[in-house]
Design a protein around this ligand. Structure first.
Ligand SMILES: Cc1cc2nc3c(=O)[nH]c(=O)nc-3n(C[C@H](O)[C@H](O)[C@H](O)COP(=O)(O)OP(=O)(O)OC[C@H]3O[C@@H](n4cnc5c(N)ncnc54)[C@H](O)[C@@H]3O)c2cc1C
Length: 454
């Protein structure tokens, strides 16, 4: 069996490696000059920046297991313990997000009335039928104010989206499952934790994932480079797939590679590109399927890195802060990259990574680099009191950054799966369908590798 994978982001790479290591003949074609897709770590002027994803949360073994099999598990670095502290900008200042119920009761993150309303979570009514927006789900469980501040901040940090449009079942399936079983999330979490404690023999707690934010010593690029090394010439860059057609029981791909057009035959083809690219390739084969895929929208995001000289400002505390939409500010959030991962800025330098735009302010991503740096500096001054002059700046524009799983997403993906099943030997993977996090992409790729080699 000869498998061709289109797209060399983490989804395509993890799949290619999964197949390659099982002895399947695989070719990965990546349009760009480098592998990794959204992942791109760069060391410049003593600052290690991430153009796209910054980290992963060590909540399940998927990524660690992959790293171990690549021989790079010892290069995983856990965030500084202080990164457990997170802030949200609300009611005119940065306030700590409480991490436990007792801390929450004492915290000023929400006004007293909203904190009391949150206790009413225990009496949440059963969910209505059908898909529900994250905002509606949040209001039903924790009330209007907590939803506008905490739920919105949380989704902003992952999706940069619009919580009135995002489908809670698609973006937080485990939370919806908890509700389905226990009605109240607080009750559900308490029962799940108690059951887990009971099921775990003494001493085994130490082996469970840390739940901490992690990266690699050289940034997430370490993972990409290790995958690329294992794949060797099976992964080809500068190879854009421009056409896909059926040929007998298999497939034929037209590829533009280094200025030349070539053709490639495959028994199985996997499209691991963004959904809008896969849609274009599939349009001649199934117009309806292409339209469904194209309907998955992407939030644009600009990533603005500011680097500061040692001693030019007090090192910022904690992981960073998020800004709920209702504050009507121009930044979505700021990661205190050098406080979270101190090795990312040499010799006491300070690195801040600021996110701008998202589904609610897409026009800001149209600004040029200089305007974005000015905007971010103004916002940092007003929100966090940062007045120091940066010695380093870098701006990355993601015009179609993060896929948005809107209400109806699960039904859309089920219909896409049905359409794809009518094209034997064709498969889809990638962040547009079943999870946007790096770990989701790797998990999906592994599931597909199992299916293809079964
Ligand atoms: C700003 C930002 C911050 C993020 N932060 C985090 C984070 O902290 N943690 C986290 O877990 N996730 C984060 N994410 C999400 C995560 O980075 C992505 O979901 C994941 O990297 C997507 O991987 P992918 O392989 O599915 O897609 P991509 O990385 O988009 O890869 C698709 C690849 O397909 C290639 N391609 C396109 N067209 C063709 C063609 N015709 N022929 C051949 N190749 C083609 C592209 O060049 C690209 O390399 C972030 C995303 C962004 C944008």
């Amino acid at each position: 069996m000869r498998v061709v994978i289109v797209g060399g982001g983490i989804s395509g790479l993890a799949l290619a490696y999964g197949l390659h290591s099982r002895g399947t003949e695989v070719t990965l074609l990546e349009a760009g000059p480098r592998l990794g897709g959204n992942i791109q770590s760069r060391l410049q002027d003593g600052f290690l920046t991430e153009a796209g994803p910054n980290s992963f949360v060590d909540r399940e073994p998927t990524l660690r297991t992959l790293a171990a099999s690549l021989g790079i598990e010892d290069r995983i670095r856990t965030a500084d313990p202080s990164a457990k502290r997170r802030y949200v900008y609300t009611r005119g200042k940065l306030r700590t997000v409480p991490m436990s119920p007792p801390a929450f009761l004492k915290s000023d993150v929400l006004p007293l009335g909203a904190r009391l309303r949150m206790m009413g979570e225990l009496f949440t009514p059963r969910a209505p039928e059908g898909d529900e927006s994250l905002a509606a789900f949040g209001r039903r469980h924790v009330g209007r104010t907590a939803t506008a501040v905490l739920v919105d901040a949380m989704q902003t940090g992952i999706y940069a989206g619009d919580m009135e449009a995002l489908s809670v079942a698609a973006i937080f399936p485990k939370v919806v499952e908890l509700e389905r079983k226990h009605r109240s999330l607080v009750l559900g979490m308490a029962r799940t934790q108690a059951a887990a404690r009971k099921a775990l023999p003494a001493g085994e707690g130490a082996t469970k994932p840390s739940g901490m934010v992690c990266s690699f010593d050289g940034g997430l690029q370490v993972l990409v480079d290790a995958l690329a090394r294992k794949l060797g010439p099976a992964a080809r860059t500068g190879a854009r797939v421009v056409e896909l057609r059926r040929e007998g029981d298999g497939w034929r791909l037209a590829v533009e590679e280094h200025g030349q057009r070539a053709e490639l035959a495959a028994d199985r083809v996997v499209l691991a590109t963004p959904a809008y690219v896969a849609a274009e390739l599939l349009r001649p084969l199934d117009e309806k399927l292409a339209a469904r895929m194209e309907g998955i929208s992407y939030a644009p995001v600009a990533v603005v890195h500011l680097g500061f000289a040692p001693g030019s400002m007090p090192p910022p505390d904690g992981f960073g802060f998020l800004v709920p939409t209702q504050e009507r500010r121009r930044v979505l959030g700021v990661i205190h990259a050098s406080s979270t991962f101190p090795w990312r800025a040499e010799g006491g330098r300070i690195l801040l990574t600021c996110m701008v735009g998202g589904a609610k302010r897409p026009e800001l991503v149209e600004l040029d680099a200089a305007a974005l740096v000015t905007l971010v500096r103004e916002e940092l001054r007003e929100l966090a009191g940062v007045t120091a002059e940066p010695v380093f700046t870098e701006v990355v524009h993601w015009k179609r950054g993060i896929p948005q799983y809107h209400v109806g997403h699960l039904a859309r993906v089920a219909a896409i799966d049905e359409g794809v099943a009518r094209l034997p030997g064709l498969h889809l993977t990638g962040n547009a369908y079943k999870g946007v996090g790096l770990i989701d992409c790797i998990r999906e790729a592994h599931t597909l590798a199992d299916t293809l080699t079964r």
